[in-house]
Design a protein around this ligand. Sequence first.
Ligand code: ASP
Length: 645
Amino acid sequence: MSFPSWLSQLYRGLSRPIRRTTQPIWGSLYRSLVQSSQRRNPEFSSFAVRTNTCGELRSSHLGQEVTLCGWIQYRRQNTFLVLRDFHGLVQVVIPQDESAASVRKILCEAPVESVVQVSGTVISRPAGQENPKMPTGEIEIKVKTAELLNACKKLPFEIKDFMKKTEGLRLQYRYLDLRSFQMQYNLRLRSQMVMKMREYLCNLHGFVDIETPTLFKRTPGGAKEFLVPSREPGKFYSLPQSPQQFKQLLMVGGLDRYFQVARCYRDEGSRPDRQPEFTQIDIEMSFVDQTGIQSLIEGLLQYSWPNDKDPVVVPFPTVTFTEALATYGTDKPDTRFGMKIIDISDVFRNTEIGFLQDALSKPHGTVKAICIPEGAKYLKRKDIESIRKFAADHFNQEILPVFLNANRNWNSPVASFIMESQRLELIRLMDTQEEDVVLLTAGEHNKACSLLGKLRLECADLLETRGMVLRDPTLFSFLWVVDFPLFLPKEENPRELESAHHPFTAPHPSDIHLLYTEPKKARSQHYDLVLNGNEIGGGSIRIHNAELQRYILATLLKEDVKMLSHLLQALDYGAPPHGGIALGLDRLICLVTGSPSIRDVIAFPKSFRGHDLMSNAPDSIPSEELKPYHIRVSWPTDSKAERAH
Ligand code: ASP
């Protein structure tokens, strides 16, 4: 087969995203899954005892003898049951004649969710009994033989997507939760996107898929790592927070285009978009610059994007870190909607409003505002009150609301102090309309921007819960954020520096001299990829000069360079210029499928507290078994009491 025709047969994406799956749309979703599968003609029943899948049978199969295996979805009046597998549902007629008493007994007595095998003939449904909502709705199976493969006990919850169940229960019985259509869909879409990514990287662009160790040693800086005890007293492995060092070492090794679907570990607790173990599409290449990596990723996403969604448009827009902060108050802006932060300091240079005057008299004082479209209509007084309280509690900042009423009487605690000229200038700068609300704050630039950035998102959520459509749910808004600072002040000690990305990130070529004079001002060659306000990837061009790397680690970051001596040594042996990126696969799939949490796109995720609720990991180990590791647990006093119970 020629290369292009082989390519043309490659898998072509899945169906549309689903937020809530209810029974009636099962049919169409299954249909699109099956159709997209059929385009590639995979053999879904090869090597198995079944001849067909439940969901694939149509009128074209009439008269065929088939063997199906599936779970009993439901049974109606002991006359038929509906059998389910991933492909869909099919109706099986329970025979009523005496000669088939044993088959009838099996099919009538097996509890729901038991797994059965049936053989029989595909027949038409009687006229008028077709079900247009079901892809298999024109046919049914006239059973000849049936076997109960395994019975199902009383379930902890119904396997129906529309039945609400707590996440705890879903995680405890994850193997049952996985039977839901939603989970099947999410995991299959994930598998197919990853397959396309492999094709793009390896087959189209010559990348090499290389596995790197998960038993490694501590990396200075960055996230907290999980420790794994070894049998050597006092010695531990660390689980890598990413394959960063290995991928750079591969470049030194001449494997100049590396990629891996890499499992990474960070001991930082779970959040809706974080897991202690997570997966990255990890990429590194030699002889490349920032725009090369960006184009590679744009092509990768375009190629692997599910076909039924609006195509990914490239190149993605780019903003600098400084612009992102000034306009959206964050380094991961949600660019699906406006409500940008506007600097209105100049409007209020001669104001009589006390706190604005105060702020502007300070060296870096500014006045900033966002405009909430139709806020006067959608936001209630109590919303404004809680916005003001949030600003005071979390940012120690004052927020001034201005309601732009149609009658030109602006409603605000300071309305009478806003002069007509200021008013006109505000309208011009902020492009306000009647019924909008302007939220105004004053203070130091970064602080004012961060606060308004938070309020921008809060207000967008509020407007949407009140019925305004602000963010198109089908829109995927990608954005590159570039020109990050190389260093940030350390949170725990702002006089010290830490890397904004990681210590291997190269400085911006025009800022190298600043490393020796004002390192805080140096920009880096670090880039983040943002999708709908979520960071889905990040990477950088790396330092390939050992001396510069040593200077940054030892002198600027005050790290122990001994821990990285292997890397520093490697850089000295003709390390090529290189750079890379990692995409957070879980987060990406979560956004593509419109899932509320990354746990919905991971087969066996950890709970919010990092536990596996199904197996109860982490678990205690008898002290005998800890001996070979030279470890003894020192129990905190309160947990001793707990253990006694
Ligand atoms: N290792 C980095 C991370 O996990 C990504 C990169 O710089 O390539 O964020």
